[in-house]
Design a protein around this ligand. Structure first.
Ligand SMILES: [Zn+2]
Length: 746
């Protein structure tokens, strides 16, 4: 049978199963209604239309692209309460009372469910105008029955038709650990290899860097103002020595596979015998470099790849160079950046990793580069007169010089300390395997991304046999890496996870008090391919919290569903989404002001002020903002605030460094970001402490905030008056001039 027919039949079967189930059982409790058989080709996960408007064409997972099917599917989805499916999915297994019990069931299933024939009854239906006779499962018996009677919910079950017998065969999609990630290392639970869009090329070797923290904080670079600003000369005036852009036939995401493209092309056009310059490479996880042009033996113009399936967003770079020569001064210019301003003009340096340095001196990522300058490529005067926010079509260059310490070294450069999807998986698996941590941490899958990568979430809370105790716990939701390039967010999240799973008294108290729901990587697809801001839809996921369509923005949809459910079940005490900032130093928070609610007014600012007091040389309360801007309405922070969560925040860590206290004028490193994650937890306990002394302190802080804001208002008013007065003066002056001119003429 042709593959398409098989798929169509499998889709029809799944619809039929759903219709039957919705007819025979009440909607909400029908276990079949909770299954979403996805008729995917097993080796490659296909998504017919994941373009920006994709969801409109493809309304549910069992639906092909034709519009008739869409209509049918829409009604089928309605009939099976699809919304409820999603709300429940992924969150069911960790329901507080039966978490442990659930896990046992899952493991059992894993062992004996590779392929299971369903005990069947015959049914007739039509598929693609073919009369079909199929045998259907009596789903109260057999594997499927036991699976369903246990009330487990998954979208991992795939019902296919056996070619010879025409019998439906139910089996679990690979990897089968979607609904349980076993703790045991040897239990065939190897982490999922990253899935790439099929047009992306990936070198075989996995890039691994050693952890490293410099002995003393690295100083920010001091710009002299005399840095060279070489104008890009283009490839016509040089030699292209590296060129790689993944090209798909359609300009949207269509399919993914482990390891990406099947064939590698030659991205190094120069004959290695004739060319003795640097060798560039970016075809690895989170890598981004599209082209390198050698202008002189030591000067290279570099081009970044925009985010996949869009021409926007070019900021993140991460690439490798080989065949270095020591005692030579090289210059790199990244010439196609799009942001109008950058901390590179304010002392920030990129980061560099020398493989020989790591080997010989155990040195890891360090800040690097001299004569750094960030500037607009076309006319300077135009740039001065242009509106700063106006990012029109201008491109910008980041230029810097570099001297390598070794001959023939392999050196990496990046915009900030990389933290890949595989790094996260390694970390999470370690927690899973840890004999103590795994007792109060449950790792689950929130959903799969468009490319089929796992979006994990970690539940951290002290287990309790007392149901009443569990019910009293509120939850804290923290997420990160919705923007792929913002790696400092991952380091903060790592610091937070390290601390909250650690054995300090504060961590223990926090685990007793709260249920932590951590979503450490909301956009793994973007992280894998080395995007700056977007997902594979070509859209910024942090603008999709309002109009979420499950199929197109799964990680956002499921995060929001999880938050909604937590609000209903136990309440959410705080929500925080972690980001990084490329134009401001320090770490700070964006919150949502409650100015119309007199009871809550300014309360959202207490936690950020406490964070500042606890981490005064990194966190700036002054830089915090609490305005709700229209342009930010679709962000997680604002949408979650609108769900009624007062403490709904975005935390922004600078890619650069600090301008505060003892750390003034120094770069941040990974330890600083991790420290912030830890400070977040410590402050949280402080903030929620009901000890009378602490409560008194809160009241004091609250007064302080009131004072600060009042003073600000006064200052603003004075500034405004001053401005008006100045303008008045100017007008007076002009008037005087005019009069004198008139006088002289007459
Ligand atoms: Zn961001």
């Amino acid at each position: 049978m042709a593959e398409r027919e098989r798929e169509a039949m499998s889709a029809s079967l799944s619809r039929l199963l759903r219709t039957l189930s919705s007819a025979s059982m009440s909607r909400r409790h029908c276990p079949l209604a909770l299954l979403q058989p996805i008729p995917l080709h097993q080796s490659e996960m296909a998504l017919g239309s994941a373009s920006s408007g994709g969801s409109a064409e493809r309304c549910c997972s069992s639906c092909s692209d034709d519009s008739n099917n869409n209509e049918r599917c829409k009604s089928a989805e309605r009939g099976t309460a699809a919304e409820e499916v999603g709300e429940e999915e992924g969150v069911e297994l960790e329901s507080k009372q039966d978490a442990d019990e659930g896990e046992q069931d899952e493991l059992e299933l894993k062992r004996d469910s590779s392929t299971v024939n369903v005990n069947v009854v015959r049914a007739n239906f039509k598929c693609n105008d073919m009369e079909c006779s199929l045998v259907l499962g009596d789903y109260v018996n057999g594997f499927l029955g036991s699976f369903l009677s246990k009330g487990l919910k998954t979208n991992q079950l795939v019902v296919n038709t056996d070619e010879k017998t025409l019998r439906p065969v139910a089996r679990l999609k690979e990897p089968r650990d979607l609904f349980a990630l076993p703790k045991d290392k040897d239990n065939d639970c190897s982490q999922q290899a990253p899935r790439w869009p099929v047009e992306c090329q990936v070198i075989e070797e996995r890039i691994i860097h050693i952890p490293y923290v410099p002995a003393v904080p690295e100083p920010l670079n001091a710009p002299t103002g005399n840095e060279l600003k070489p104008r890009p000369v283009g490839e016509e005036n040089g030699i292209v020595v590296f060129s790689y852009s993944p090209i798909s036939a359609v300009n949207y995401f269509s399919r993914s596979a482990v390891g990406g493209a099947r064939f590698m092309t030659n991205c190094h056009p120069m004959n290695p015998e004739e060319y003795d310059g640097l060798e560039f490479e970016s075809r690895f996880e989170s890598g981004n470099l599209a082209k390198a042009v050698q202008i002189t033996p030591t000067y290279y113009e570099l081009y970044l790849r925009p985010d996949l399936y869009t021409s926007r967003s070019k900021q993140w770079f991460y690439f490798r160079v080989r065949r270095t020569r020591r005692k030579m001064l090289y210059r790199f210019s990244i010439v196609n950046l799009v942001k109008s301003d950058s901390l590179y003009n304010d002392g920030m340096q990129p980061v560099m990793y020398s493989t020989l340095g790591a080997k010989e001196k155990s040195e890891g990522w360090r800040r690097c580069g001299d004569n750094i300058c960030y500037y607009r490529n076309d006319d300077e005067s135009a740039s001065n007169s242009a509106n700063e926010d106006d990012e029109d079509n201008s491109t910008y260059t980041l230029t810097f010089t570099i001297e390598f310490e070794h001959d023939d070294d392999t050196v990496f450069f990046a915009h900030s300390y990389p933290y890949t999807y595989s790094d996260l998986q390694d970390y999470l698996m370690e927690i899973q395997r840890h004999p103590v941590k795994s007792k109060f941490c449950k790792l689950r899958l929130l959903c799969r991304t468009l490319a089929g990568n796992n979006v994990y979430y970690l539940t951290v809370t002290a287990p309790s046999s007392n149901e009443e105790n569990m019910r009293r716990k509120k939850s804290i939701v923290v997420s990160a890496r919705v923007h792929p390039s913002e790696t400092p967010a991952s380091w903060m999240m790592k610091g937070l996870m390290d601390f909250i799973t650690g054995d300090t008294t504060v961590a223990k108290r926090l685990r007793h008090k709260f249920i932590f729901k951590l979503v450490p990587m909301l956009n793994p697809d973007g992280v894998i391919v080395g995007n700056t801001r977007n997902s594979l839809t070509g859209k910024d996921l942090n603008r999709q919290y309002r109009t979420v369509i499950r199929e197109t923005y799964p990680s956002i949809w499921y995060t929001k569903a999880m938050i909604r459910r937590l609000i209903e079940e136990c309440g959410v005490a705080m929500y925080c989404d972690m980001h990084a900032h490329s134009r401001k130093h320090n770490i700070f928070i964006y919150g949502c002001e409650n100015k119309r609610n007199p009871e809550k007014k300014l309360t959202e600012q207490v936690f950020p002020l406490m964070l500042h007091k606890n981490s005064a040389d990194r966190f700036s309360f002054e830089s915090c903002k609490f305005k709700i801007q229209r342009s930010k309405e679709g962000t997680g922070r604002i949408v979650v605030w609108m769900l009624g969560i007062t403490n709904s925040y975005t935390i922004e860590a600078s890619f650069g460094g600090s301008s505060l206290g003892s750390r003034k004028g120094t770069h941040f490193n990974t330890q600083d970001y991790e420290h912030m994650g830890r400070a977040f937890c410590e402050t949280l306990l402080d903030y929620c402490d009901e000890n009378p002394n602490k409560v008194k302190r809160h009241a004091k802080l609250f007064k302080q905030i009131k004072k600060i804001r009042k003073r600000e208002k006064r200052e603003q008013k004075a500034l405004k008056l001053q401005k008006m007065a100045d303008q008045g003066c100017i007008m007076n002056d002009k008037l005087k001039v005019k009069r004198s001119v008139e006088k002289s003429v007459s």
